[in-house]
Every structure is written in structure tokens, then in C-alpha cells.
Design a protein around this ligand. Structure first.
Ligand SMILES: C[S@@+](CC[C@H](N)C(=O)[O-])C[C@H]1O[C@@H](n2cnc3c(N)ncnc32)[C@H](O)[C@@H]1O
Length: 573
């Protein structure tokens, strides 16, 4: 029986980073075998829509208060589809809670098949997979690929094309990653080299790298394209060596830290292959101690230890910019907690459509069961009794720990609090005495967390006094300059949680909006929602030039002998 509880625990636990499979295999306190749990979740996720329909029509959740929608889905999956049935003793209460309704469940399953015009279970499976793909928006122009970043610390794109991707066919468009046969369950080996981010490739979703040598050795890192924007916007393609140290203030699980380290490694390789000692240092921190452990693991896996110092459990806001250890810090990357409203499904975590939770027909529903149900369905009281299905929080849950979505919905008050914190974090970054470049990013689609934060930060005392402005489109690295989706002045879409939410327009110039980069979920770019803006310190625009002598001097660099003639020239292009 532990199998079902373990599977439920995995699907509802916060992400600790890494692939879904590796999370199961490294999870503690599981009693069932990881292979069994993984198989159950992946199989149940293929059948989720039809199982949810069967459970709702059989109405067993109203009768069995021990069953949560997620447990019911997993149990009914095994009851109807597994060769050996439910993996629990016949007398186990949850097995009995399912099998008590065997006649209705079987009858509803047959009706579901007949409704779809399928003569066999195999035909039903194909039909259900097609339905799921359509519902996930994976039909038509929208391709959600798997993005793979090449880690320049230990390999190169060229090396990887000749090894890991040697058997892949190169395609020229993202759309060409779509399968020839949409019903095929084996993705074709195709590879698209991204035109915006150096050393980033896309392959069809569903290709699993977790057992590949390159993945295990940290040569390739599974990182969404949009998540690669901030480090690239900050460091460019390193045609001009970066001067000074770097800070990643909100770093766990560590994708952007390791991306910065990779970009620095590429620059160093280009400049001087003989120099063993890294010139630039990255201070990487996260306020959460458990998440800092994941950060440390990611840094080690990416072989970035010699460049990166992790400050575990460090609140960025408590970091003293005047501390001598940060005196060379010239660039800061801030990717703080956000609503996560742009996330469309984390990487390879299966998303399960659950049966609607219904009020128990007994009046004694326990508080904890009600609470549990509420967590899984966001707000069960708003879900109609039949037909409604909800997307399990597998994806949203994994976002909550990085971000801040309680139960998947977020109201305006919470967005306001997040945006206040985000603005404080960026303003703190602008106060580092020798900082010249800062990036701010979120995986939110909301104006209030994005352009509105930028607008507030630009108007802040620290920005005005030191002469911070936005990094203009024309100054951005080549690949990002070509990115067409830019900042917006008004909320684009609905703010979750409230229909009467004010959506004030932001007061940014056209040039400033052009400086902001946006990604939107579900369009042809194959990304989730994302926002990033770069700030650059331009002392000529400062209110108080006298206070800026440090900035004019630039960061101290006692290891500067090899690029005396290679002055910082702004972002590379
Ligand atoms: C969106 S996640 C960062 C993802 C990360 N940049 C990456 O690419 O892998 C936000 C992180 O910020 C951390 N955080 C939030 N406020 C913080 C603060 N004041 N100081 C340090 N870390 C903070 C959270 O614990 C969370 O891990």
C-alpha cells in the first residue's frame, strides 16, 4: 500500500531540483521501490483523463472519504489497468474502498471506451494520449521541447554534437521537432540549435537524458530557454572578458549560477587556455537552507566549484554591500521568488488531471482530509459536482518552493507583497558600491511583478543617485537583441484570484519597454512565461557624482594583468 502513499507524497512534495526520475530515486523515507513508483506515476499520467472521468461518473469520492482525488486516480489505475491489480493486501482499507465499487468502475470504464468509439484498450490508450496532447496545447504550432544547455566548463557544443547528439538529425525550426506521427510514443531524435542563446539546443519533449553519461557528468544541463536569458543578458557571450566578481542573490536550485559559470569558462577558454586560475568569482546564495543543499549539489555536478562559493541559507537582503569580500562585485543576478504564473509544467514532472473532489455524502469529513483535498484542487467548493477535472499540483507544487504559489492561485494582495519584496531585492543589488550590471527576472506573467517592479526600481533613490538605467535593446547581446517579445505597459491577460483586481499601466518609456524581454506561455517559441530586464550603471546620469568615485574607478582587480588592454566595453555583442 505504501506504493500509493509514496507516489502521492512524491507528486505533492516540493521540488528539490533535478529530473523527476532522479527526485524519486534520491527521495528518502519511501517504502516502495523507486522503479515501481516511477512506473505507476508515468502510466497513470497517460490515462489520467479517462480515469478521472470514470471516478467522477462512478461517484466514488463522495462515498469513500479515505480517498483523495490523487489516491483514487492511482488506485483505480491499478485496479483497471495493471496486470496484478492494486498492490495491497485484499483487506487493506484503501483497496477495499476502491474494489467496493468494482462493478461501477468497470462499467464506467467500458462506457468511456465506447464513447470514444474504441474497440480495444490499446485503441483507447491512443485516443486518450491524443486527447491529453490536445489539452496540453501540444498540437498544432505549439511545440514544448526539452531544452538542453551545454556546460562549457567541461565540454563544448561541438563535442556534444559529435557525442551525445551524434545520432540526432539537425532541424532548422522548432516546429520541426514535432513528431511525424503524433500518436507515436517514441520521440524522434531531432535537434534544433537555438538562435538566441549560445550553446543551447532543443530536442523533442520526452527524450530522457537522465541516464546519459553527459548528464551524469554535468556536461549537459536541462534548463529551459527563458531561464538562460538572465545570465546571458548579464555576461553576454564573453567576447570581452568580464571584470569583477558576480553575485547570484536568489540562486537555488542553481541553473543561473551554473550558467554564469559556464559563460565565464567559455570566455576564459577563448582568452587564455593556459590560465588555470579562474579570475572571476561567483557568490551564490539562497535564503532557504534545504534549497541551498540542492544549489551546492548543482554547482558540484556542473564542476563549477572552483568559480562558485555557495553561501547556504544566506538572505540576500542581509548581505552587507560594504563587506570587503564583495568589493569586487560588478554584476548581480536576481531571480527572486515570484508567483510562478508563467510556469506551464515543470520539465518532466507528469501532470495529472484529477477527478473533481466532491463533498462527502457522509457528513463527517475529517478536517485533514478536507484540507488535503482543498490543496489538491485549489478550491473544491467551486468545482461542479460532475465533469470538472483539475490539474494536479504536480507542476505547480514544484513551483511553490522556488516561487510562491499557495495552492496554485494567487490574489492581488499576495502579488503586491511579492512585488514589494522583488523591488527591495533589486534595489539592494543596485547599492553594491562597484556594481555596474544587474539583471532582474521572474517566471511570472504579471505586470506588477515585472515592468511595474522595473519602473519602481528606476524611480528609487539608489537608482537615481547612482545613475542606474535599463540596458537598452541595442546594447544587449546579439541573440537577445533579436528576441522580438518585449515589455508591455498593461496587464496582458487575467490576474488570477480576483476579477476586480486593479491593473494599472506602468509608466515606462517606449525605450524602456523595448529594453525589457518577455516570454509568453503557449506560443510558437515553446517557452513558459518569463520576464527579464538588465540594469546598467551609467554615472553620467547620476544625481550625486561625488558619491560615485568608486564606480568611476571600477571594481578592484588584482588579477588584471592579462587584460590590461581589454577594457570593459559594456555588454558583448
Ligand atoms: C525562482 S527561485 C530561483 C531559481 C534560480 N535562480 C535558478 O535559476 O535555479 C527563487 C529563490 O529565491 C530564494 N529567495 C527568496 N528570497 C530570498 C532572499 N531574500 N535571499 C536569498 N534567497 C531568496 C528562494 O528560496 C528561491 O529558492
Amino acid at each position: 500500500m505504501s506504493l500509493y502513499f509514496d507516489a502521492e507524497a512524491i507528486l505533492t512534495a516540493p521540488s528539490t531540483g533535478g529530473s523527476f526520475k532522479s527526485r524519486i530515486y534520491s527521495a528518502r523515507n519511501l517504502r516502495a521501490s523507486p522503479a515501481q513508483i516511477y512506473a505507476l506515476i508515468t502510466e497513470a499520467s497517460k490515462w489520467d483523463r479517462v480515469l478521472a472521468e470514470v471516478i467522477e461518473r462512478a461517484d466514488i469520492l463522495a462515498l469513500e472519504r479515505k480517498l483523495t482525488p490523487l489516491l483514487a486516480l492511482l488506485l483505480v489505475h491499478d485496479f483497471l489497468l495493471s496486470k496484478n491489480g492494486i498492490a495491497a493486501p485484499a483487506a487493506h482499507p484503501l483497496r477495499q474502498a476502491t474494489e467496493r465499487h468494482k462493478t461501477r468502475l468497470k462499467a464506467e470504464f467500458v462506457k468511456a471506451r465506447v464513447r470514444r468509439g474504441c474497440a480495444s484498450i490499446e485503441a483507447l490508450k491512443t485516443s486518450v494520449l491524443r486527447e491529453k496532447r490536445q489539452a496540453d496545447g501540444k498540437d498544432g504550432d505549439f511545440v514544448y521541447p526539452r531544452w538542453v544547455r551545454i556546460n562549457n566548463i567541461c565540454t563544448t557544443l561541438e563535442d556534444q554534437l559529435g557525442t551525445t547528439f551524434a545520432s540526432y538529425e539537425r532541424v532548422q525550426t522548432l516546429a520541426a521537432l514535432s513528431p511525424d506521427d503524433p500518436d507515436s510514443r517514441t520521440p524522434e531524435r531531432r535537434l534544433y540549435i537555438d538562435p538566441n542563446i549560445p550553446d543551447l539546443v532543443a530536442v523533442p519533449y520526452g527524450i530522457d537524458f537522465t541516464s546519459s553519461t553527459a548528464y551524469k557528468n554535468g556536461e549537459i544541463i536541462l534548463q529551459d530557454k527563458a531561464s538562460c536569458f538572465p545570465a546571458y543578458l548579464l555576461l553576454g557571450d564573453m567576447r570581452t572578458a568580464w571584470k569583477g566578481d558576480l553575485v547570484d542573490g536568489c540562486a537555488a536550485p542553481g541553473n543561473k549560477t551554473t550558467h554564469m559559470a559556464s559563460l565565464l569558462a567559455k570566455g576564459n577558454t577563448k582568452k587564455a587556455k593556459t590560465k588555470a586560475k579562474p579570475k572571476n568569482h561567483i557568490f551564490s546564495m539562497d535564503a532557504s537552507t534545504p534549497r541551498s543543499k540542492t544549489l551546492q549539489k548543482m554547482v558540484a555536478l556542473a564542476k563549477a566549484d572552483s568559480t562558485v562559493t555557495v553561501l547556504p541559507g544566506q538572505d540576500f537582503l542581509a548581505l552587507d554591500p560594504a563587506d570587503p569580500q564583495f568589493e569586487n562585485v560588478s554584476g548581480l543576478l536576481l531571480d527572486p521568488s515570484c508567483s510562478g504564473s508563467g510556469i506551464i509544467g515543470r520539465d518532466d514532472v507528469p501532470q495529472l488531471t484529477l477527478p473533481a473532489a466532491t463533498a462527502s455524502k457522509t457528513t463527517t469529513t475529517t478536517k485533514s482530509a478536507a484540507k488535503k483535498r482543498k490543496r489538491q484542487t485549489n478550491d473544491e467548493s467551486e468545482i461542479p459536482h460532475s465533469k470538472a477535472t483539475v490539474v494536479a499540483t504536480a507542476a505547480a507544487t514544484s513551483a511553490t518552493d522556488e516561487n510562491d504559489i499557495p495552492g496554485g492561485t494567487i490574489d492581488h494582495e499576495r502579488l503586491t507583497k511579492l512585488s514589494n519584496l522583488q523591488a527591495r531585492i533589486v534595489e539592494h543589488a543596485l547599492s553594491f558600491p562597484h556594481a555596474t550590471h544587474v539583471t532582474y527576472s521572474t517566471c511570472s506573467i504579471h505586470l506588477i511583478e515585472n515592468e511595474a517592479v522595473v519602473s519602481r526600481v528606476l524611480a528609487s533613490e539608489v537608482a537615481q543617485q547612482r545613475g542606474w538605467r535599463l540596458l537598452r535593446r541595442g546594447e544587449q547581446p546579439d541573440g537577445l537583441r533579436q528576441w522580438r517579445l518585449r515589455g508591455v505597459r498593461q496587464e496582458n491577460g487575467v490576474v488570477a484570484g480576483s476579477s476586480d483586481t486593479p491593473t494599472p499601466a506602468v509608466d515606462l518609456s517606449d525605450e524602456d519597454l523595448e529594453a525589457c524581454l518577455r516570454c509568453w506561455p503557449g506560443d510558437v517559441e515553446g517557452l513558459g512565461g518569463f520576464f527579464v530586464a538588465g540594469f546598467v550603471c551609467d554615472p553620467s546620469g547620476a544625481e550625486d557624482l561625488a558619491a560615485l568615485t568608486g564606480i568611476e574607478k571600477g571594481p578592484a582587480d588584482d588579477n588584471d594583468d592579462d587584460h590590461d588592454d581589454d577594457e570593459w566595453e559594456g555588454f558583448s555583442d
